[in-house]
Design a protein around this ligand. Structure first.
Ligand code: PEP
Ligand code: MN
Length: 342
């Protein structure tokens, strides 16, 4: 028994009784996900040793609709738990619904004027989330490392002025409090996808988490990383395919678009695609953005910079605001063709 699905309108004291019974069986704490339609308790601990008769005794408890065993190693993230796709609401903007989400902005926040300029332009072009890095995971310790907390303030100001929710990366649990203060969505970057302590920390937050795929992570490993976050109480996880490391060198990474339909089968979590990091060259971003939508992605993450040649990071893969605007227009018929709006 891994999951206890509760009846609609279940009472608090009924939930408490189930929880304390689990506790008396040494199953530790459990997690309650409040879905739109149902409440689900995820059983934590060695569920394999729960006897069939013990399982039955839960089945007849007040408020219990169903007791389930989940075959997949990721349980809360699995579609077995929840058949309908999860829709995450961020300040009135939905991720996972009919309308696609587009998170756009520069790789790094470089200063207030440049950031605000990009923010206003991407908003005008139809982006519904603003992105920008303040803590940058750079390959070289000598490269620009991001503006830190000062950058977070710039991001949050631009978010307020444009009315767009903001997303930014956290690399270290020590910075999490500050990031949570300023950001609407917390990004876990590819290099930290298996930083389990960090995953558990963001699992304690109430803000949605954008979990990028690890550089060499399988889909299963990626979903297990999502499970870490969810197992600590945060069910608002958005998966972001951003390319994986292969032998191919023509592109920065190999954008695995087949991950989109595979994930749609395996998990109820929303899936977005970042073609900018996926391909690494601006000329390939538009076709892969179109392909991502055609494949069923719930949205995109796109790097945009007013002057890509001068960008502090990832200029080569960044669109100008004009290129971004043109792409947004071209994406409309693609979205429509697969029953989505952009
Ligand atoms: C980013 O979004 O700027 C970033 C560093 O992404 P990734 O972790 O996918 O490399
Ligand atoms: Mn980048």
């Amino acid at each position: 028994m891994d999951i206890i699905v509760l009846k609609p309108g279940v009472k608090r004291d009924q939930i408490k009784k189930i929880e304390s019974r689990l506790k008396s069986m040494g199953l530790g704490t459990n997690v309650i996900i409040k879905g739109t339609e149902r409440t689900i308790i995820g059983v934590k601990g060695d569920t394999a040793r729960i006897l069939p008769e013990q399982e039955d005794s839960f089945r007849v408890m007040d408020g219990v609709e169903e007791v389930m065993r989940i075959i997949k190693p990721y349980k809360l993230a699995s579609r077995e738990v929840k058949n309908s796709g999860t829709v995450i609401n961020v300040k009135g903007r939905k991720i996972g619904g009919k309308k696609l989400c587009v998170m756009a902005g520069p790789c790094s926040i470089e200063g207030p004027q440049t950031f605000m300029d990009i923010a206003q332009k991407v908003k005008k072009a139809g982006a519904n989330f603003l992105r920008g890095g303040a803590f940058k995971p750079r390959t070289s310790p000598y490269s620009f490392q991001g503006m830190g907390e000062e950058g977070l303030k710039i991001l949050s100001d631009a978010g307020k002025q444009t009315g767009l929710p903001v997303v930014t990366e956290v690399m270290d649990p020590r910075d999490l409090e500050a990031v949570v203060d300023y950001a609407d969505i917390i990004q876990i970057g590819t290099r930290n996808m298996q930083n389990f302590r960090l995953l558990l920390e963001v699992g304690l937050c109430r803000k949605p988490v954008l979990l990028k795929r690890g550089l060499s992570a399988t889909i299963k490993e990626w979903l297990m990383a999502a499970e870490y976050i969810m197992s600590n109480g945060n069910s608002k996880v958005i998966l972001c395919e951003r390319g994986i490391r292969t032998f191919e060198t023509s592109t920065r990474n190999t954008l695995d678009l087949s991950a989109v339909p595979v994930l749609k089968k395996l998990t109820h979590l929303p899936v977005i695609v970042d073609p900018s990091h996926g391909v690494g060259h601006v000329e390939f971003v538009v076709p892969m953005a179109k392909a991502a939508i055609a494949a069923g992605a719930d949205g995109l993450m796109i790097e945009v910079h007013s002057n890509p040649q001068e960008a502090f990071s990832d200029g080569e893969q960044s669109q100008t605001p004009e290129q971004f605007m043109k792409m947004m227009k071209e994406l409309k018929p693609v979205a429509r063709a697969v029953g989505r709006d952009i």
